[in-house]
Write a protein that binds this ligand. Structure first.
Ligand SMILES: NC(=O)c1ccc[n+]([C@@H]2O[C@H](COP(=O)([O-])OP(=O)(O)OC[C@H]3O[C@@H](n4cnc5c(N)ncnc54)[C@H](OP(=O)(O)O)[C@@H]3O)[C@@H](O)[C@H]2O)c1
Length: 190
């Protein structure tokens, strides 16, 4: 895993999601077994220890997610610890964990006026709807796409055709022993 490059001030918005080989990020029934189902071992791949993964996660200053992803994270068991989380929603929500705040409104204002003054390494972690809005508005500096070694056939598409044609620069590729591949791209010119 390599860290974010960021802009001149070292700040960056990284879109991070796990996709199936055929481009889905969720099954219709929302089950997540496909994320860690058994698969062949890719001998040439790397593996990272729990300590390395924990150290990497500590470099993330803030997570941003859509309300449906938030609901699913609550169901599955909160994976974000005490790291600040901003949930984008137009709905009213009951008070949640201290680390969670809700945001409704202009997404460019969110990034430029609420997030970047406070955080450097900002991770947008889904879902598809919010990622597409961020991409349409040019608010993503990096795409970190993890490809799972599975075809799902149907589900929720990461990219549904609403984003415009745009070239990105490949920065890194990591193949893991479990058959997952991580692709890291930065916005061209970034
Ligand atoms: N494979 C992965 O890496 C991955 C990652 C994340 C999520 N997921 C899966 O993806 C699914 C959820 O994705 P999704 O695309 O359905 O939903 P989502 O993007 O998580 O959330 C959509 C919601 O976000 C709010 N929202 C989005 N844009 C907004 C804006 N401009 N202003 C205000 N609110 C806005 C709206 O909330 P309100 O309706 O509350 O107004 C909208 O209904 C879940 O199954 C989740 O498990 C997979």
């Amino acid at each position: 895993m390599s860290g974010s490059e960021g802009d001149a001030k070292g700040q960056s918005v990284t879109l991070h999601v796990v996709s199936s080989l055929d481009g889905f990020i969720a099954k219709k029934d929302n089950s997540v077994g496909w994320l860690d189902g058994p698969g062949g071992v890719y001998e040439a791949g790397v593996s990272i220890s729990e300590e390395e993964a924990a150290a990497f996660v500590k470099t993330i200053d803030c997570y941003v997610m859509g309300s449906r992803t938030y609901e699913h994270a609550l169901e599955l068991g909160w994976p974000y610890g005490d790291t600040p989380v901003v949930v984008v929603t137009g709905r009213e929500w009951p008070p949640a964990r201290e680390s969670v705040e809700f945001y409704s409104g202009d997404l460019k204002v969110l990034v430029d006026e609420r997030l970047k003054p406070r955080y450097r390494n900002i991770w947008l972690v889904g879902g598809a709807m919010l990622c597409q809005r961020f991409l349409e508005l040019g608010l993503v500096d990096e795409i970190r796409l993890m490809i799972a070694p599975v075809l799902l056939g149907e589900g929720l598409r990461l990219f549904d055709g609403s984003v415009r044609e745009e070239r990105w620069s490949l920065k890194n590729v990591v193949g893991y022993k479990n058959g997952f591949v991580e692709l890291l791209y930065s916005a061209s010119g970034g």
